[in-house]
Design a protein around this ligand. Sequence first.
Ligand SMILES: [Zn+2]
Ligand SMILES: [Zn+2]
Length: 174
Amino acid sequence: MSDDSVPTLYCVNHPDRETALRCNRCEKPICYQCAVRTPVGYRCRECVRQQQAVYFNDRPADPVIAAGVAAALGVAFGVPIYLFLGIFGFFSLFIALFIGPTIGGLVAEVVRRSVGRRRGRYQKYIVAGSWIVGLVAAWGLLVVLGLRGPAALLRLDVLLAAALAVSAMTARLW
Ligand SMILES: [Zn+2]
Ligand SMILES: [Zn+2]
C-alpha cells in the first residue's frame, strides 16, 4: 500500500513510468530521462526550449550578416598579420600574444553591433568559422599576388594570433 497523501506521479511522456520529479517551472511530472538538468533545477524539454527561444532572439538574416562581417574582418586583419607580423622574427610570437585577444575582442564587438546585439545559438561558431575563412582568404590573396609563399599559411606566429583571437571572440559571443 502506498501512502495516500503522496499521489503517485507518472511521467507525462511515459505514462508507464512512476516518478517523483516535477519540472520546476511548469510542474509537470517528468521521469529522469525526460528531465533536463539546468542551473536552476530540473526542467522538462518544452520549458527549456521556450527559455532558449527567449534567450536566442536572432533574426533569420543575422547569421548571414555575422558570417559576412566576420569573414570581411578575417581578410582585413589577415592581410596585415601575414604581411607584417613575421618581420619581427622571434618577437612576432610575443606580439601575437597581445594582438590575438585584441583582434578577437574587436571582431566580436563589431559583429554584435552589426546584428543589433541579438543572440544566436550558433553565433560564436559562425563568427569564428567565418573569421578563419577570411584569414585563409587573405593568405590566398597574398599568395596569388606573389607577396607570400604557400608555407606562410601555417606560420607559428599567425597560428598563435589566430588561436587567441578565436578564443577571445567566442568567449565574448554567446
Ligand atoms: Zn516544464
Ligand atoms: Zn519520461
